[in-house]
Design a protein around this ligand. Structure first.
Ligand code: AHM
Ligand code: MG
Length: 346
């Protein structure tokens, strides 16, 4: 029987991979791991608990109704990170403003964490997979001071680690510190994450495309043409491809990480920058997918090379198997100048 490697053992063994001081990453990841387990416990009993299931009545900065579990997950993550004192600031999709700790040891924390504590939360009520997405940056400002905007608005190229937790048929934590991607499955009987998917690689080609086709009429011409390409018959390339859209980004990306595929959330007429947030969703997932050999762009530019201008910024996202993203980008390029009149005819 193979020896089971737990997440804690793995982190200790791989500390040399982390370019900065030893121990800090372990403490940070163990805070995230702990919060993930607590959120997982609540997610699993969501259907049982009246005051957890359903909406909290509040709206977040994007004007979306917050689900109670979003608020719960947000608080758990913040509390766990605050307790570790390695972090001087946290940006969360659920908070209008950043949290910059202004007293105590946290002022000396060297890291910033950006997160979407519970992505896909509209799926909670219907028992569909949801996820937590996080990314870790090194602060730019001086330790001992309150973190500033330049600490929070860093490009993905400056990331030091990122990951996601998927609360699915099993719960997994997948992360990268820039040396490949590893996935750990929670063994609920002992409450321990065990290495189940070492060195994850996104297949170079895939046969699945994921997009909310209900918005078809509002898509850029390049995306419309790419969808048609996916639906065309061509035995040589295995088309038509299969359409799979869970509507839960972590779940769609995770499936494509394992089976190959592309996820697209393009600009639409009503959301010219797409829906997904650069800092909380796109950058961390782009980092992981690239580390696994895939690609992530906004249809033109590499997601990781974009410098965020504001906290809750959105960008289009094309992410997944390298050859599929290349192809979709080629369509975007070819039809970039198609006029609005032509677009509306399709
Ligand atoms: P959320 O962060 O508010 O949950 O929104 C993000 C989610 C993604 O998980 C999912 O891929 C997308 O929104 C679905 O959006 P749509 O319903 O427009 O297809
Ligand atoms: Mg969310």
């Amino acid at each position: 029987m193979n020896r089971v490697v737990t997440l804690s053992e793995f982190i200790v063994e791989r500390q040399a991979d982390f370019p900065f001081a030893k121990g800090e990453l372990s403490r940070l990841l163990s805070a995230i791991r702990l919060a993930a387990k607590v959120v997982n416990r609540e997610v699993n009993k969501a259907g049982l608990v009246d005051d957890i299931l359903g909406s909290s009545g509040a709206e977040n900065i994007q004007g979306e109704v917050q689900q109670k579990l979003d608020v719960y997950a947000n608080n758990q993550m913040i509390n766990a990170l605050r307790a570790q004192q390695e972090v001087c600031g946290i940006g969360s999709e659920e908070n209008d403003e950043v949290i910059a700790f202004d007293k105590g040891q946290a002022l000396w924390g060297k890291y910033i964490v950006m997160m979407d504590p519970l992505d896909g939360s509209s799926n909670i009520d219907v028992n569909v997979s949801i996820g937590t997405i996080f990314s870790i940056y090194r602060r730019k400002s001086k330790a001992g001071t309150v973190a500033t905007a330049e600490d929070f608005l860093q490009p993905g190229l400056d990331l030091v680690a990122a990951g996601y937790v998927i609360y699915g048929s099993s719960t997994m934590l997948v992360f990268s510190t820039g040396n490949g991607v590893n996935g750990f499955t929670l063994d609920p009987s002992i409450g321990v994450f065990c290495l189940s998917h070492p060195n994850m690689r996104v297949p170079k080609d895939g046969r699945m495309y994921s997009i909310n086709e209900g918005n078809y009429r509002q898509f850029p011409e390049g995306v419309k043409r790419y969808i048609k390409y996916c639906q065309d018959e061509d035995a040589a390339t295995g088309r038509p491809y299969t359409s799979r859209y869970i509507g839960s980004l972590v779940a769609d990306v995770h499936r494509n990480m394992i089976k190959g595929g592309i996820y697209i959330y393009p600009s639409t007429g009503s959301n010219p920058d797409g829906k997904l947030r650069l800092m909380y969703e796109n950058i961390p997932l782009a980092f992981i997918v690239e580390q696994a050999g895939g690609r992530a762009t906004d249809g033109k530019n590499r997601i990781l090379s974009l410098t965020p201008e504001h906290l809750h910024q959105r960008t289009p996202l094309f992410i997944g198997s390298k050859n599929m993203v290349d192809k979709a980008e080629a369509f975007m390029e070819e039809y970039s100048s198609t006029s609005a009149a032509v677009k509306n005819e399709n």
